[in-house]
Design a protein around this ligand. Sequence first.
Ligand code: ZN
Length: 300
Amino acid sequence: MPRILIALLLFMASSQADEAYVPSKTYYGRNHYVEYIAGSLPFVLSAPHGGREKPDELPDREKGTFAFDTNTLELARAIDDELVARTSQHPHVIICQVTRKKIDCNREIVEGAAGNRLTEQSWNDFQGFIRSAQKSVVGQYGKGFYIDLHGHGHADARLELGYGHDRAQFGLTDAELSKPDFIKKGTLQFFALKNPSAYPALLHGPQSFGALMEKSGFPSTPSAAKPIPGEPYFNGGYNIRTHTAPETHFAGFQIESNSKGVRDTDASRKHFAAVFVEQLAIYMEAQMGLKLPLKPKKSK
Ligand SMILES: [Zn+2]
């Protein structure tokens, strides 16, 4: 084969690899353990702990946390459905279908895959899909927003928003919360560093996502009503920290959702998704200048 033809074929193969994901198509990692719905909105959503499958070929992990985030996979789908209904476009959605007993896609690979080679492949599928989604969003919009979705069983039934800060730190003075070195430890740094004095309000003032959700009927923390989370409180894990690092051009937070009225039934999930999408659109536009082009709701 002439060398020029080989070069051309190689070029075509590599450019194909870059553009492999077609918006609104679903892709799978090895054995369908990880699912990726490719999107075209500037929003990436992942659900690492809602998987129910227990394939024999992946051994149970012996060390770690195994709590199952009931119905968070279904909640992610409800949010996807709502965005499709309101924008005719998908967000990027990454879902792990395998139980947390066998894989933890929100821990570094050593704990998350416990040294098993097949589990490591699925862990890499999950993380790789998030990175591909972010690359695609940055290519299209220059920046994006990311949420890692979980469920907690804490007695205080509210949304826990994880920004990477310990709960006690929310009690610091506004002057301390506004220091760039503090903001850099959090998951909103991509845009929050541009206006440090606004950071306390972003965490628990009227502009915070917690305040927006609370106003719409979903108690949250940190928020205007509960600026300092109680104990226990999940402040954000591996995914949200990794995928909002400065080089990603992404900001985001972790949501630990309570069950009742949020993810316990089909009707709860639908209602939550509708409110969440509405508030997320307000928040992303106000804080990042990113639009989720919501069509007006159809009147019933
Ligand atoms: Zn979780």
